[in-house]
Write a protein that binds this ligand. Structure first.
Ligand SMILES: Nc1ncnc2c1ncn2[C@@H]1O[C@H](COP(=O)(O)OP(=O)(O)OP(=O)(O)O)[C@@H](O)[C@H]1O
Ligand SMILES: [Mg+2]
Length: 426
């Protein structure tokens, strides 16, 4: 608790101290309490202020409430009223704080950002397929957002209040996958001191996401096939069959058709899983989404740390002109990195380049490369000159023939030749 001898000193404190609640006398030397209140409300509108007034100036206190005071206490102070008001005001302050942090965290972590045609299409499929229990197979490169799509389907389905259980099939050794998926009973094998539920059982009433499904052994594939066909299975060492109500979503970054051809993935399982296929494109096929994603990740960093940094336009251009083999995951990590490594408020092109490392430029067509960063009109004129020169030459500098070849009037060709000062050999 801090005490100020007058309003001016009080305002001074507020510059360096954090206040949860202010008691402010109406009757103060130098600057009246109501004026002090106005200053406080301007600079710190959310700190609750309780006015203290003598009997003679209750009207001033009422007026203060109109300006934004929380309430007022009359002298002599009544202890009960003092305590009640204080508690209420502090609760209000707490509530406001929570609201503020809620607002700040409005950058939700699991949004699907993007306005490119491909991402719109994905959103459409997600919305269409979510309500049903249809199995979905999600294909796409590393870090393109396959898991995000799987979660979006679950969250938009009628199972959204049920569990979303994920299992990474590539991370589990073949001899353990069965017990991971189906669980075991106590005493099923040495070391099974307790029974354990498998992922299928844990996902009952919800969604089971089998990630990296193409990395499963053929043996495990056979068991999964049987389980999803019948939606029941036997626990290892179990006597009775367990049946579950589970929606299956799978994902892989492998070329599944090649896996099937090579005999590493069961075709019948593929048909079972691939009721709704979703292809998540890599970032280089949707570069128009890069700025949106970068802004989103910049905001996410801001919400997490409270540090608001700006990325320069040149920095943004640079980010957009590279191939991101690790796709959105890599881009997200990169944005976090440049934020952490920058001390100032602005993230420069140099910083971007420095942390970009050795990356491949997105290859533009030679035609586009040539026009560099020209403005549209400049590029159009450049192109016009070149095509005119070329056609004039190939038509032996015959004006009417060249004009016909280009599909324009000879008079029009004449004026263009003049405009660009083109050579017309006779
Ligand atoms: N469209 C998107 N908008 C915003 N963030 C996204 C988007 N797609 C992916 N992300 C984010 O990128 C990261 C990688 O996404 P996710 O884990 O879903 O990819 P994945 O394809 O499953 O990757 P992996 O192949 O490595 O398993 C996550 O942090 C995710 O939130
Ligand atoms: Mg994944």
């Amino acid at each position: 608790m801090m005490e100020a001898k007058d309003g001016i000193e009080g305002l001074h404190f507020l510059k360096t101290e954090v206040a949860d609640l202010i008691f402010l006398d109406i009757w103060l030397p130098h600057m009246g309490g109501v004026d002090v209140l106005k200053h406080i409300k301007e600079d710190f509108p959310v700190i609750p202020v309780i006015m203290i007034s003598g009997h003679a100036n209750v009207d001033l206190a009422v007026n203060a409430i109109k300006i934004g005071a929380y309430d007022f206490l009359e002298k002599p102070l009544d202890l009960t009223r003092f305590l009640t008001l204080t508690r209420n005001a502090l609760e209000l302050e707490q509530l406001r704080k929570e609201n503020r942090s809620l607002k700040n965290s409005s950058v939700k972590e699991d949004q699907m950002i993007g306005e490119s045609r491909s991402i719109k299409k994905i959103r459409e499929i997600v919305n269409q397929s979510a309500p049903s229990d249809a199995r979905v197979l999600i294909l796409g490169d590393n870090g393109t957002g396959k898991e995000l799509v799987a979660r979006a389907i679950h969250n938009n389905s009628k199972r959204k209040n049920g569990p979303f259980i994920e299992i990474n099939c590539a991370a589990i050794p073949d001899n353990l996958i069965e017990s991971e998926l189906f669980g075991y009973e106590k005493g099923a094998f040495t070391g099974a001191v307790n029974s354990k539920k498998g992922k299928f059982e844990l996902a009952d009433g919800g969604t089971l996401f089998l990630d990296e499904v193409a990395d499963m052994s053929l043996n495990a594939q056979a068991k999964v096939l049987r389980a999803i066909q019948e939606l029941n299975f036997d626990k290892i060492g179990g006597e009775k069959t367990v049946s579950v109500d589970v929606r299956i979503i799978t994902a892989t970054n492998k070329d599944i058709h090649r896996e099937i051809k090579a005999g590493r993935f069961r075709e019948d399982l593929y048909f079972r899983l691939n009721v709704v296929p979703i292809n998540v494109p890599s970032l280089k096929e949707r570069i128009s989404d890069i700025p949106l994603l970068v802004d989103y990740f910049m905001n996410m960093y801001k919400a997490k740390t409270g540090e608001a940094k700006q990325l320069t336009a040149e920095g943004m251009d640079e980010i957009q002109s590279y191939v991101w083999p690790g796709n959105i995951r890599e881009l997200k990590n990169f944005i976090e990195r440049i934020n952490i490594m920058t001390d100032s408020n602005s993230i420069s092109l140099e910083t971007v380049k420095k942390y970009m490392g050795e990356k491949k430029l997105i290859r533009k067509s030679p035609l586009l490369e040539k026009f560099g960063t020209m403005k549209l009109n400049e590029a159009k004129e450049q192109f016009e000159q070149e095509i005119l020169k070329d056609r004039l030459e190939s038509n032996g500098y015959n004006i009417s023939r060249t004009a016909q070849n280009l599909g324009i009037y000879p008079s029009n060709l004449h004026s263009k030749i003049k405009k660009y000062g083109l050579e017309v050999k006779k």
